[in-house]
Design a binder for this molecule. Structure first.
Ligand code: AMP
Length: 450
């Protein structure tokens, strides 16, 4: 077992009270219980509050959202506009709807003592209402690229007078194929010299830095502890296990750990569905988030997980991007991720802002080949733990062993992306029972009698 390090490492010694922020903002920060700045905030705010552009590499759960929201609100509150602005004064672009909603919640909390209008747009819900609100004017607009473009094209708002533009999870935006959309949006904003641009990203890839050079005005590059990409407060354990025994080990780990809020990651939609069924069969309350389903169902599952009603959420990477859930105690990589960066994103779901969490990774013969890349990416070896026999729990009969990847995989499609590239599905909910098919009464042969 590894040791968890001090929870204080994510915080700096600087206090918010030391900044010359508007009183309404300081009050909201105090209401939220924020006293000391996180490392990211400590490095970003001295530049961003002066109006400098910033590219920041910040790990998940580092407090980056508050860093850019405080910057945007400070600007809006301290630089009054003479005439009514025709569009939002600040814009936040996020890769996923969940992240957009989360940012809007944080923004509402920080704007609680002001009369600033915060609005979030995302596809699939209350189209007319969203459009009407936008037309009435908002101070801070948050959205995913698709929705932002959609409403802009309809003339619902303009970006010509936007003063602060935030690109959140920039690497994810690229990964999800939004590079062109992002450029489309940036072209509608005032040119980089006449706006402030803040970009946050978990990894500083070449694509991200290139966008930074092109679309920003001499940005300050901030790297928060490059050596330590994953939060120090996560206890990480790696179990080498055969595919056949993986579920038994998972059951054992869940039983050993007891109550908690657990996110289990798998690489394919099919695995998610199967795992949810298996967990339910063994008495665990579990639901899944995978590709393609309506927004309402997905939000319901997320709310249940957030409220603590649902203790186990089984998710794929696509489905879980940008999810921001407090109090996740355990992350289980039931399948080792095939993309090294996903390891960081997954385990970052737990131990947000200094809380402690555990991340268990099960490496089976199907996915162990990506272990090297993951360890190279995080820059350390994940501590290996040997599971003794007692940790393997009994699996009830009724489950067919999973075919191996070699049997399943189609030559040109990697299993993960092949099966989960779309939007998100909630699995594990009671599905409506099919109506039994009514049999048509057999026609009597026409005998001519009547
Ligand atoms: P983020 O990295 O923006 O997703 O933030 C993760 C969590 O940290 C959110 O729940 C924030 O409310 C919280 N947070 C942000 N800044 C601070 C701070 N200075 N002190 C305590 N919690 C914070």
């Amino acid at each position: 077992m590894t040791e968890t390090t001090s929870t204080n490492s994510l915080f700096s010694s600087t206090r918010f009270a030391e900044f010359d922020l508007p009183e309404q903002l300081l009050r909201a920060i105090a209401d939220l219980g924020f006293e000391r700045l996180t490392q990211v905030q400590d490095q970003v705010l001295p530049f961003s509050l002066k109006g400098t552009d910033v590219v920041a590499q910040a790990q998940t759960g580092s407090g980056k959202t508050a860093a850019y929201l405080i910057t945007a609100f400070n600007r809006i509150l301290t630089v009054p506009r003479e005439s009514e602005p025709t569009g939002p004064r600040a814009l936040v672009v996020t890769p996923t709807r969940e992240l957009a909603v989360q940012v809007s919640k944080d923004a509402e909390a920080l704007a609680a003592h002001t009369d600033l209008k915060v609005h979030v747009v995302f596809g699939g819900m209350h189209y007319k209402k969203q459009r009407a609100t936008l037309s009435e004017g908002v101070d801070l607009l948050i959205g995913t690229p698709g929705s932002l473009i959609d409403y802009h094209r309809q003339g619902a708002y303009s970006l010509r007078e936007t003063e602060v533009a935030v690109i959140d999870e920039c690497d994810r935006l690229f990964d999800m194929g939004f590079a062109e959309d992002l450029r489309w949006i940036l072209r509608r904003l005032p040119n980089p010299r006449n706006r402030q641009t803040l970009m946050f990203t978990a990894t500083l890839s070449r694509r991200v830095t290139t966008l930074g050079w092109r679309e920003m005005d001499e940005p300050e590059e901030i790297v928060v502890d490059r050596e330590q990409i994953t939060p120090q407060t996560i206890l990480q354990e790696l179990y080498h296990v055969s595919r056949r025994e993986k579920f038994s080990l998972l059951l054992g780990l869940l039983k050993r750990e007891g109550d908690g809020r657990t996110m289990i990651f798998v690489n394919t939609r099919i695995s998610a569905r199967r795992l949810v069924d298996d967990l339910q069969r063994h008495g665990f309350t579990a639901r899944g988030l995978t590709g393609n389903v309506e927004q309402i169902r997905r939000l319901r599952v997320l709310d249940q997980f957030r409220d603590g009603e649902l203790p186990i959420l089984v998710a794929t990477d696509v489905a879980s991007r940008g999810l921001h859930i407090e109090g996740v105690t355990h992350v289980v990589n039931y399948d080792l991720p095939q993309d090294a960066e996903d390891y960081v994103h997954r385990i970052g779901r737990t131990a947000r802002v200094g809380a402690e969490g555990k991340a268990f990774t099960l490496a089976c013969e199907d996915y162990v080949y990506s272990l090297d890349a993951v360890q190279k990416f995080v820059g350390y070896e994940i501590p290996t733990v040997f599971a003794d026999d007692g940790l393997y729990a009994e699996v009830k009969p009724g489950r067919r062993p999973r075919p191996s990847n070699d049997q399943r995989r189609q030559p040109s499609r990697p299993p993960d992306r092949a099966t989960d590239t779309g939007s998100v599905d909630a699995v594990g909910e009671q599905r409506p029972k099919r109506r039994p098919r009514r049999r048509r009464p057999r026609k009597k042969p026409n005998t001519g009698d009547s």
